[in-house]
Design a protein around this ligand. Structure first.
Ligand code: NAP
Length: 272
């Protein structure tokens, strides 16, 4: 295809709406950015690591995104004014918000836990998600857009050593349900995606050690970030009158929280 033809296929920037993705520098957020770039979405990529965001931006443009902006920030402590000023300066309609930034930290029992880990999980997964959503809401309402929250199966079932992480994901579920009620009649859809084990940087962040993180996924077949990106894309692709409110996605090797099959019964060996 010649250069002129390529230019013609790109939407003029006045018509571009953007999908904002928090946690776009890694894992599910990054895979979703790539999937949506291939589908022609304009993107606003948000997370702390600027260099990673720059690299994801480059790749999204290569994959077909007509416009990619980056906004490096820490959702635990960003200034709402700065984000609003950024959005006003760029004058870009925001159609979708994907709240993927989040983490688990530690697996200690409550009585042994480090309370700074609790603060980090609550400030990122709950306060951060709420505050960033509030900033974007006027734009999403104006566009009759979509909010996709990354909940978790940990938002449905609690496990030992996971009380606070689970509490944050129960909160994401409650926030998603409440938002859906509060936004009824605006045309904005709220979708809570609840994955089981996905092999990303999640376990490395939680356990702080690559060997321990690799052991989580040893001898079984977890989901990949791309699997979740596909599901997010599927939800966003539904006609406006259809809202997939919740999607629970486990790997076949994980029957429930803590119920993982490894070795010869793993789907990767059964398929041979
Ligand atoms: P990941 O690979 O570790 O990605 C997490 C993303 O969140 C990174 O881009 C990170 O970017 C961003 N982030 C973390 N803290 C942040 C902060 N304070 N400010 C801004 N960005 C921040 O993990 P993932 O698996 O993709 O996780 C994405 C979401 O899925 C999380 O909400 C997680 O709870 C949820 N989830 C994961 C799994 C799983 O098994 N992996 C299962 C269920 C649900 P920076 O470090 O650059 O800031």
């Amino acid at each position: 295809m010649n250069q002129k033809a390529v230019k013609k296929t790109k939407k003029p920037s006045s018509l571009v709406t953007l999908t904002a993705i928090t946690g776009a520098s890694s894992g599910i957020g990054q895979a979703t950015a790539y999937k949506l770039a291939q589908a022609g979405h304009g993107l606003l990529l948000i997370s702390r690591r600027r260099a990673r965001l720059e690299a994801v931006r480059k790749q999204c443009l290569k994959l077909g995104s007509p416009q990619v902006e980056i906004l490096p920030l820490d959702i635990q402590k960003f200034s709402e004014k700065t984000v609003v000023a950024f959005l006003q300066k760029k004058k870009i309609p925001i159609k979708n918000l994907i709240n993927s930034a989040g983490l688990a930290k530690g697996t200690q029992l409550l009585q042994d836990a480090n309370t700074s880990d609790w603060d980090r999980m609550i400030d990122t997964n709950v306060r951060g998600l709420l505050r960033i959503t509030k900033v974007f809401l006027p734009y999403l309402i104006a566009q009759k857009g979509n909010i996709v929250n990354l909940g978790s199966v940990a938002g449905r079932l609690v496990y030992e050593g996971g009380a606070v992480y689970c509490a944050t994901k129960f909160a994401v579920r409650a926030i998603s349900e409440g938002l859906r009620m509060d936004l009824k009649g605006t045309g904005v859809r709220v979708i809570n995606i609840e994955p089981g084990m996905v092999n990303t940087e999640f376990s490395l962040v939680r356990l702080g050690n690559q060997q321990k993180a690799d052991a989580v996924y040893a001898d079984m077949m977890p989901l990949g970030a791309e699997d979740i990106a596909e599901s997010i894309f599927f939800c966003l692709s539904q006609p406006p009158h259809v809202n997939i409110q919740e999607l629970v996605i486990y790997p076949t090797d994980q029957a429930s929280v803590g119920q993982v099959v490894r070795g010869e019964k793993s789907i990767k060996n059964l398929s041979k």
